[in-house]
Ligand binder design. Structure first.
Ligand code: ATP
Ligand code: MG
Length: 429
């Protein structure tokens, strides 16, 4: 048995090969039938004719429809007219399934394709999406392994909110109500006391009621937490990580990026360091661009889109006002109304892909910020314990992997970048 990519090679000319796959296209002139076969590795043209098959066999193959599954054995030859430059003349075959017509043909609406995502993921476009995602997930983990991090597995069912109650998903838990994790950050903070440098790639859940191009209710969250470092060192690690992931995608997925129509030269330019802009300065820039933003305004999907059309590399926005961020963020000792944090905004109008920063590690200060946020310290007893026993400075971040994939592939919405998107309106298939 061979893969298609393997036999698209002059070494196979004149040789017999056995391929497995699905019919991507089929066209017949009666005497000759051309089948484009696809497998996970590529496309190749097959030829059926009565030269090497009986008339019954030729008729049977010629009657097949798109996405029928089969095994063929035949001889490879070069043919510059064929879709990938080679052709296999079929000698024998086995049909696994002969399809009725496949539900997905050209030009169907977005909702129809979402209802049929389980079938659409075999399209060339979505196969390319899946391959790029695969590279991104591997590259993220590789980057951190290569830099001395440990991968850890935090729990998914939790009893404490990290990002506020409004987006919590509640689930019944033996007579109690618990929630699905919005972020693993607090658990990652516990792990640094044994491992110092940790990361995880876990699902996070947020009951996002808004319908934007960038929010899912379930997404893949890559998070890291690092002992002994501050906000600037954290950003230095992140920009190298983003550069590495993008370079790995270019290295492994050039063909997929072409299928998706992504400008590879643009991606080659995504090199660290990335610009750092203070929130206050960004607001001034935004005003110069005519955007109705003032100091203290939160940046949502729309605002970031209008800001980030002005950039062609990611940008770190730092020093947000304290009022805009959650209680655990470290205030800047030089200006306690602002915090030592960063959001990394992707260019081309994409916006936030990372949120991170330095964490408060002093017990009193953390208790005070919790009180200001009306949080009950009892609920966070274990998080506070970390500030009682061997507390240390540390920083971390959370990266939305689907958002990163969405931007790298320059897709229309985040739903185009994840195989089974969950949103306020969609839980099927
Ligand atoms: P946003 O302002 O877009 O709602 P956030 O500030 O709530 O983002 P964080 O809590 O900092 O985001 O989460 C860290 C990262 O997780 C974000 O930078 C983003 O990449 C990703 N993320 C957050 N919410 C979602 C979501 N609903 N769907 C997909 N990714 C998300
Ligand atoms: Mg949010």
């Amino acid at each position: 048995m061979h893969s298609i990519a393997e036999v698209l090679n002059k070494d196979y000319i004149g040789k017999d090969v056995t391929l497995h796959g699905w019919i991507y296209r089929i066209r017949t002139s009666g005497k000759l039938t051309f089948i484009i076969l696809r497998d996970s590795t590529g496309l190749i043209q097959l030829l059926s004719s009565t030269k090497s098959l009986t008339p019954e066999q030729h008729r049977e193959l010629s009657g097949l429809t798109v996405e029928s599954s089969l095994e063929v054995t035949g001889t490879v030859r070069e043919d510059t007219r064929a879709i990938t430059g080679f052709e296999v003349e079929i000698h024998s075959y086995r049909i696994f399934q002969r399809n009725e017509s496949f539900p997905i043909s050209r030009d169907l609406g977005e909702e129809f394709l979402l209802d049929n995502r389980h079938l659409w993921i075999r399209s060339r476009e979505f196969t390319a999406v899946l391959k790029v995602r695969s590279t991104i997930f591997k590259a993220f983990a590789d980057f951190y392994y290569n830099n001395g991090f440990y991968q850890v597995q935090p729990p998914i069912m939790v009893s404490t909110a990290t990002e506020g109650g409004s987006t919590l998903f509640k689930v019944p838990f033996f007579g109690e109500e618990v929630s699905l994790s919005q972020s693993s950050q607090f658990y990652l903070e516990t792990f640094i006391f044994s491992l110092e440098k940790v990361f995880t790639i876990s699902p996070s859940f947020r009951a996002e009621k808004s319908r934007t191009r960038r929010h899912l209710t379930e997404y893949w969250h890559a998070e890291a937490e690092v002992a002994w470092i501050g906000n600037e060192e954290m950003m230095k690690i992140e920009e190298r990580m983003i550069e590495y992931i993008v370079s790995e995608v270019i290295r492994h997925n050039e063909e997929d990026l072409k299928i998706l129509g992504r400008d590879i030269e643009f991606l080659r330019n995504i090199r660290a360091p990335f610009q750092r802009i203070r929130y206050a300065d960004l607001m001034k820039m935004a005003q110069e661009w005519g955007l109705p933003l003032k100091y203290g305004d939160d940046l949502g999907a729309d605002e970031e889109r209008e800001i980030m059309v002005h950039f062609d590399k990611p940008v770190f926005v730092t020093h947000f006002p304290k009022s805009l961020k959650t209680f655990y963020h470290m205030p800047d000792p030089e200006n306690p109304d602002e915090i030592l944090c960063h959001d990394l905004l992707a260019p081309e109008g994409y916006g936030e892909i990372i949120g991170g920063g330095e964490r408060i590690w002093d017990l009193k200060q953390l208790e005070q910020r919790m009180a200001e946020s009306n949080l009950d310290p009892k609920d966070y007893y274990w998080y506070l314990d970390l500030r009682k026993y061997g507390s240390i400075p540390h920083s971390g971040f959370g990266l939305g992997m689907d958002r990163l994939a969405w931007w790298i592939m320059k897709q229309e919405t985040i739903r185009d970048a994840i195989p089974y998107p969950r949103t306020i309106r969609r839980i099927k298939p």
